[in-house]
Write a protein that binds this ligand. Sequence first.
Ligand SMILES: O=C(O)CCC(=O)C(=O)O
Length: 265
Amino acid sequence: MSNYSFPVPTQDHRKQLDAQGFVVLDQCIDRDLVGALVSEVERLWELEGDQAGAEFKQEENTRRLANLVDKSLLFEQVVLQPDSLSLVQHILGTFKLSSLNARSANPHSACRQPLHCDGGYLPDSHGSLVANVIWCLDDFTPENGTLRVVPGTHAAGLLPQDALDDPLAEHADQERISAKSGSLIVMNAHLWHSGVENRTGMPRRALHAYYCRRDQPQQQFQRRVLSRTTQDEVSPQMRHMLALDDTPLEVEVCGANAVSGFLDR
Ligand SMILES: O=C(O)CCC(=O)C(=O)O
């Protein structure tokens, strides 16, 4: 058991997560922190150029970044954000960070994704395996490449690629989320979801703080991807969240865990 505890989520949030599979925490992040995160991801995109995101996966019509914990101590505030962690705990029980990435939907681009479940996972007999907290660094609007979700499908027991003729197509029950910059979208990552096309002239930037149940493999095996300096520098709570002192799972050691819900296909 972890010694770290989080605020108790409201009953409304717990009910919404259980029934719909997601909750929007409206503008709960301080503006200064959002501004600092935007500057930091833009600095990294500039620095990494066409290699940005390549440590995990690159995606057409988007800019991505991977392994963010290694790139600035600022991201500790993202990974350990208490309100989001209380909801992640509700979804997963005991958990750890799986990866921290950024994704920006390019202006005027066909960056629509197929509906997918993160990691291509279905829940197992113990419950949900994965949860995602999407940090809105810009306003998310129906026009600018927001997130669409199909409420309730985290409990469908089916992957969208198996249930639908065309996971790229509009879904009759989908909802395009509108959220202001500084909001968090906490999602059971078995929920069918995807980014959509950006029809505006501005990028739509987000961070994806992706968590997995503690007995599951990390998408980016933190003990391998983090530099020795980062591993020595992080706080004790962050060390625990990164599972730096856990016995690694075989699949993490052999690197077979770097899976996306759709980018491999
Ligand atoms: O950035 C988004 O809106 C969602 C992206 C997503 O679902 C993914 O990359 O797996």
